[in-house]
Design a protein around this ligand. Structure first.
Ligand code: ACO
Length: 333
């Protein structure tokens, strides 16, 4: 069974409640229909009920009748969620008038539902930019204890099985935090180790990447990666992690042996942690395009609840897959 099938199988067993705030977006509706048909999750759609029902009828999406449909403009918990939002954001000066407006925004409503235990996870982004999906999540559900920064991992499935874990590598951060400090980079490494175990299903061997291997270059950017590696080891002494390593030393055995002799990770890494978002985002897209790798994600990590962001260019199957991953994260919580 391949990795995606395993993820789907686990989702089917858990049947988590996933909220899709872009409820009337056509790809989202087609994905929701497929998810319900395949039994991957219970679906809550936020949107105009008439639009959702009409589109479903016109396109033979017969399983949509099994979804819960929430109209963001009028539903029984509107007042209650408004009070909740005022309470959560009062230290930031949010007024009741502002909260009344925000609660009608499906992206805020979805996160409030999760915070209140009315949904287990969220997938959005087919119609909204990353920042607009993430901001309500950062403000309302916040991060896990001990983690201050949310980041995004990609599970990269290569055609060439000689790299990583039988052709699978996990890359991070490729999606969220532009320029992490050493402490934040350490948190990203620890969180990526957890994602690797929980979603990719193997023991992480983490390479902290740089343009230098074990002191071959001197620069403050290299110092940051070395410091991050040390902090990550303090955060989790069990973690198999090494830095700083160049990417060839991290993934190619012969080069790892030469550049970092005696290392347990060099040449065998199955998790690559990039020093900045630029490098991580560019790297995953290059590997996806030039090596024709399958890129599953971004899987958001470090958030106190499973919330995941799609690319606006996503396909129906991207949405189905991300809902299955979100259900797995909810099950592991
Ligand atoms: N983790 C946790 N919390 C965060 C993070 C983070 N990475 N970033 C910001 N926050 C929190 C802040 O602490 C703040 O909380 P508060 O209001 O309770 O004090 C809140 O979020 C808003 O902070 P801002 O600094 O105003 O955040 P902003 O909205 O400006 O930026 C954002 C956050 C949108 C995620 C920004 O970092 C960003 O644009 N990142 C790049 C995203 C992107 O474009 N990725 C590439 C595309 S994705 C892809 O290709 C797969």
């Amino acid at each position: 069974m391949d990795l995606l099938e395993k993820i789907k199988e686990k989702a089917r067993k858990q049947k988590k409640r996933i909220v899709l705030p872009e409820g009337s977006e056509p790809r989202t509706l087609q994905a929701a229909n497929q998810i319900i048909q395949e039994g991957l999750a219970e679906i809550i759609l936020i949107g105009n009920p008439d639009e959702i029902i009409n589109y479903s009828k016109e396109n033979n999406l017969s399983y949509i009748r099994k979804a819960d449909i929430i109209n963001p403009l009028e539903h029984e918990k509107k007042e209650y969620y408004t009070d909740m939002l005022v309470e959560i954001r009062k230290s930031k000066g949010l007024t009741r008038e502002q909260a009344v407006e925000l609660v009608e925004d499906p992206l805020y409503l979805a996160v409030l539902m999760i915070k209140n235990g009315d949904a287990d996870g969220e997938v959005a982004g087919a119609d909204n930019a990353t920042g607009d999906v993430l901001r309500p999540a950062f403000q309302i559900v916040k991060t896990l204890p001990g983690i201050s920064v949310v980041s995004g991992a990609f599970i990269m499935i290569l055609k060439d099985k000689e790299f990583g874990e039988n052709g699978i590598l996990v890359f991070a951060d490729c999606a969220v935090h532009p320029d992490p400090t050493a402490r934040e980079l350490a948190e990203i490494a620890v969180a990526t180790g957890q994602t690797t175990k929980a979603i990719a299903g193997f023991e992480p061997k983490i390479a902290m990447l740089s343009f230098s291997t074990k002191g071959s270059a001197k620069h403050e950017m290299v110092d940051k990666v070395v410091e991050a590696t040390n902090i990550a080891k303090e955060m989790n002494p069990e973690l198999l992690i090494e830095g700083e390593l160049q990417v060839d030393a991290a993934i190619i055995e012969a080069i790892g042996v030469k550049k970092a002799p005696g290392s347990k990770i060099a040449g065998k890494a199955n998790v690559l942690v990039f020093p900045t978002l630029e490098s991580g985002n560019i790297a995953y897209k290059l590997v996806q395009r030039l090596a024709h790798a399958e890129a599953i994600g971004p899987v958001l990590q470090g958030m106190a609840a499973p919330i995941n962001d799609l690319s606006r260019g996503c396909s129906v199957s991207d949405i189905v897959n991300l809902v299955a991953i979100t259900s797995n994260q909810a099950a592991n919580k």
